[in-house]
Design a protein around this ligand. Structure first.
Ligand code: PHE
Length: 516
């Protein structure tokens, strides 16, 4: 696509809302409260805030600014800085592709739970029925066996999930513009309704105390730092080709230093709101202990249904509350899911000059077909393995390489200048940015990466999920092979040539012609 035709956000508010929509997702609703419960409540909030300020905010601004400067998706933007940076952008893009194949399925589960909320009418106080509802619907075997057995409700909801993802981004920034305000304000309204119910429950005060009052002894556990940095990355949607693509549609006059702060603190605000809802509800229903134990899907689909049937004696009220809860999760999930697709299709259409709409639909169809794997009996186990490698290995590795590349092999000064180009009021200070990109992020991420490797090989004998009966073959196929493919994807993709491929080569300091 030539520069003049590149679509842009309708207004700076649309960009901010779309970026918040991507950042605020299922991770705010269950990963954040879960980690807070695990790591001493307020103590985790403090550490998270430190990680957000020292790493999250500078990297978010960095990605948005290189997108705006280069007017290109992740691979092209990275290439514009130095040609050999391009594969880093592709690894991020490929990882986003892998993530969207299963994120769409989690989104489908959430749709399914909203639809099946009526089942809670007859389940008041019945913990067993409530906690088993989701597992029964998705027909999971809980292990890597059972590929043949597909769940029809999940497939139907998956179709709805992909349909709605495509609908929202069919015309890129223009169609995002139309839906984004609803997708941001609806979850906030839902959370506020749930907060009112939560804080009026007996035990709510204890819940609030547990969430906000720091248990300083938790700071001694190194895992609190590992988890906080990981959550900052996950929650801000950085290193996933998204923020670069979103930045590339920005108006040249936009104020990135200000927008970055708004995005980061809105994301934090939603995490805090979700935390209040979860802590008060769990303490109110006497289920506080499980909040710290289970993570991810277990928390959202097993623990919350159990809490829901204990909310009140009225089945109808509980079912209504459940519908609000899962509907809220739907609105959280959809704009994160479509941001992944948008990052991928932008990367491709920029590189190969393909029609954006056709590229988007192709990505949705291919990822949609692949996502069917997770609707089988073995799907949950496969999802667990894929998710673990994407977030513990690929994402972290991209973070290390991207920050080292930009921090040490490119003039970092140019990036700070780009961030602050239109800044009025707050400007990103150079020391803060340099410290984050050159030192704190690479060091913290390397420690996390090494820790994850040691944890896998030393503590778990090299096999992830042994307790759940996963075998080595499943780890190799769903973990290492996909990891390897993401790493080499940039080199392979570069072998492809298309007839519309842009001839000019964009670079940070101007446009030049390619030699060949
Ligand atoms: N940031 C989203 C969240 O907090 C998750 C996400 C991950 C979104 C990857 C897009 C890509 O849930």
């Amino acid at each position: 696509m030539s520069e003049t035709k590149r679509s842009t956000w309708g207004s700076s508010a649309t960009f901010i809302l779309a970026a918040i929509g991507s950042a605020v997702g299922l991770g705010n609703a269950w990963r954040f409260p879960n980690l807070a419960a695990k790591h001493g409540g307020g103590a985790f909030l403090l550490v998270y805030l430190v990680a957000l300020i020292t790493i999250g905010i500078p990297l978010l601004m960095m990605e948005i600014s290189i997108g705006r400067k280069m007017r290109s998706g992740a691979p092209g933007a990275m290439r514009g800085m130095k040609k050999w940076f391009e594969p880093i952008g592709w690894t991020a893009t490929s990882n986003a592709f892998v993530i969207v194949t299963y994120y769409a399925v989690v989104f489908a589960w959430v749709i399914m739970m909203a639809v099946f909320s009526f089942k809670f009418i007859g389940m008041t106080g019945n913990n067993e029925a409530a906690s088993g509802l989701w597992a029964g619907l998705i027909k999971t075997t809980g292990t890597i066996k059972g590929f043949g057995d597909f769940s029809v409700p999940v497939i139907i909801c998956l179709l709805a999930a992909w349909g709605s993802i495509y609908y929202c981004i069919r015309n890129g920034t223009k169609s995002i513009d139309k839906v984004i305000k609803y997708l941001i304000f609806l979850p906030v309204v839902c959370f506020i309704i749930m907060t009112i119910k939560g804080v009026t429950m007996p035990g709510a005060l204890q819940g609030l105390a547990a969430f906000f009052i720091p248990d300083f002894s938790a700071l001694k556990d190194p895992m609190i730092w590992v988890d906080a940095v990981g959550q900052v990355f996950y929650s801000m949607s950085v290193m996933m080709a998204i923020m670069i693509a979103y930045g590339s549609f920005l108006d040249d006059k936009s104020n990135i230093a200000r927008d970055g702060l708004i995005i980061a603190f809105s994301d934090l605000a939603v995490s805090l709101l979700a935390g209040v809802v979860m802590f008060t509800t769990m303490y109110g229903t006497g289920m506080q202990d499980v909040l710290a134990e289970k993570a991810g899907p277990g928390l959202a689909f097993i623990v919350y249904p159990t809490a829901i049937v204990n909310l009140s004696n009225s089945g109808i009220f509980n079912a209504f509350f459940s519908f609000v809860f899962y509907f809220c999760l739907c609105t959280l999930a959809i704009d994160s899911a479509f941001s992944l697709v948008e990052g991928i299709s932008t990367a491709f259409s920029d590189k190969f000059g393909t029609n954006k709409k056709k590229t988007t639909i192709t990505v949705c169809i291919i990822a949609g077909i692949i996502s069917l794997i997770y609707t089988s009996g073995a799907g949950l186990a496969v999802l667990d393995i894929v998710d673990n490698w994407c977030n513990s290995f690929t994402l972290i590795l991209v973070g290390i390489i991207e920050t080292i590349a930009i921090g040490w092999f490119f003039k970092t000064d140019k990036v700070v200048k780009e961030i602050n180009r239109n800044a009025t009021g707050f400007k990103m200070p150079k020391v803060w940015f340099y410290a984050a990109v050159k030192v704190i992020a690479p060091v913290a991420l390397t420690i996390i990466f090494v820790w994850n490797i040691v944890n896998l090989f030393v503590n778990n004998g090299g096999l992830y999920g042994a307790a759940d009966g996963y075998n080595m073959l499943s780890n190799i196929l769903a973990g290492w092979v996909i990891f390897g493919l993401c790493l080499i994807s940039g080199f392979v993709i570069n072998l492809i040539k298309t007839k519309n491929q842009p001839k000019e080569e964009k670079s940070w300091d101007g446009v030049e012609e390619t030699e060949d």
